[in-house]
Design a protein around this ligand. Structure first.
Ligand code: NAD
Ligand code: DAU
Length: 363
């Protein structure tokens, strides 16, 4: 079978990366996927259970800041496509400990860009149509007032260490296009939700706590707005950009689905009550909602204008929030073992079980 793309997916054991590898594995059996992941606290090999290593898939545990290792991978695997997800992704962690965000999100992206440049531009060694796709966020645009939408030409105005590190990496990606002619694209997406999301983010956290009758922390007045997109729709959008995007372009991706945080939390409470019955105390789960101190520098509203990707590439979200949130709740209820493994930390042992000490390139 002819391999058309040899894709280095970074961060493929995280939430979106794992959903993306699942989509590629199913949709593009002729592509070879190399998943490079450091397995930080957010990386979980169980997210890819059932994806077999072989001609089409290989997992490598490694750090995107490790230039030597990445150079080996580019040469050995003849990488012609990079889909770069690996990042520190949680805003709250970036507020309490920004250093890892600077290292991974900025230096890590720089290290990948340098290796792609050396491999593809200097040595002219990429077969096919080389592409470096950086998966980024709408948070680079800052915070909106009550009206307006982020477009691809909105000025960058990042306001948390996380978003500043992602903005910085976007700028580096664009610089490599303009300076060296590296074939790049960037996608800037809104808030994702769905299977395999680490239960520190709003939706899986509320789901898990609601299930166990624990407090549901809502920051500030609960009226901050996010534009929610089901993760499969995001993955479809990335695949569409790989197939039909134009080099040097960025594409905003969003769900057309603005919701106040408190409304999201209440929908989850009501759906859990409906599916599981009330709490043992006979109270509804809304009674667990607890307003807590606001996130520092909390962005008020994000909302995406996704007309460019719709008009130029033909992508549109397919899953409504009403459907997606029910699918997500069902998935978490059906995968309690996965959630408990993450919460009690036992998912970290899975790597040893699966791979032991095998981690040399080529073995
Ligand atoms: P995640 O935190 O769930 O996963 C990140 C993955 O990257 C993990 O598997 C982790 O082990 C890996 N990783 C971290 N540091 C690494 C390093 N130095 N080297 C190699 N691997 C490393 O993140 P996510 O929510 O899946 O987000 C993926 C990407 O999408 C990020 O770049 C994020 O900025 C972007 N994004 C996320 C959302 C969202 O709503 N989650 C929305 C828009 C964009
Ligand atoms: O917009 C895209 C971004 O969405 C991605 O780039 C980030 O990687 C991703 O983590 C997400 O960032 P947010 O900060 O918007 O997501 P989070 O789930 O942390 O929070 C969603 C909203 O809910 C936000 O306004 C903060 C609020 N919140 C969050 C948590 C964890 C609460 O009110 N209580 C909570 O316990």
């Amino acid at each position: 079978m002819k391999i058309k793309r040899i894709v280095l997916v970074t961060g493929g054991c995280g939430f979106i990366g794992a959903n993306f590898i699942r989509l590629l594995n199913h949709r593009y059996p002729q592509w070879r996927i190399i998943n490079l992941d450091k397995l930080t606290y957010a990386g979980n090999l169980q997210n890819l259970a059932g994806i077999e290593e072989g001609e089409n898939y290989r997992f490598i545990r490694g750090d995107i800041c490790d230039s030597e290792r990445i150079a080996e991978i580019f040469t050995e695997e003849k990488i012609n496509t990079v889909v770069h997800f690996a990042a520190e992704s949680h805003v709250d962690r970036s507020i309490t400990g920004p250093a890892d965000f600077i290292t991974t999100n900025i230096i890590g992206t720089f290290t990948l860009l340098e290796n792609a440049r050396k491999s593809w531009v200097e040595r002219n060694s990429a077969d096919g149509n080389p592409l470096f796709l950086h998966v980024s966020t709408d948070e680079v645009y800052g915070s909106l007032g009550e009206t307006g939408l982020f477009t691809e030409t909105t000025a960058y105005d990042p306001r948390s260490p996380y978003s500043a590190s992602k903005a910085s990496s976007d700028h580096l990606v664009n610089a490599y296009y303009h300076t060296y002619g590296l074939p790049v694209m960037i996608t800037n997406c809104s808030n994702n939700y769905g299977p395999y999301q680490f239960p520190e983010k709003l939706i899986p956290l509320v789901l898990h706590n609601g299930l166990h009758g624990r407090e549901l922390p809502v920051y500030g007045d609960g009226k901050n707005i996010r534009d929610w997109l089901y993760v499969e729709d995001h993955c479809e959008a990335i695949a569409a950009v790989i197939e039909n995007g134009k080099i040097g372009n960025c594409y905003n991706i969003g769900g057309n689905n603005e919701k106040k945080n408190i409304d999201v939390v209440e929908i989850i409470c009501d759906t859990l009550d409906e599916k599981l019955g009330l709490l043992p105390s006979k109270a509804a789960r809304r009674s667990l909602i607890t307003y807590v101190t606001d996130r520092l520098g909390h962005d008020r509203r994000y909302a995406i204008d996704a007309r460019k990707i719709a008009e130029q590439i033909g992508w549109q979200p397919r899953i409504s929030f009403e459907k997606g949130i029910r699918m997500t709740i069902d998935w978490y209820l059906d995968h309690q073992q996965w959630v408990e493994g993450v919460v009690d930390g036992s998912y970290r042992e899975y790597y040893q079980e699966m791979y032991g000490n095998r981690q040399k390139i080529g073995k």
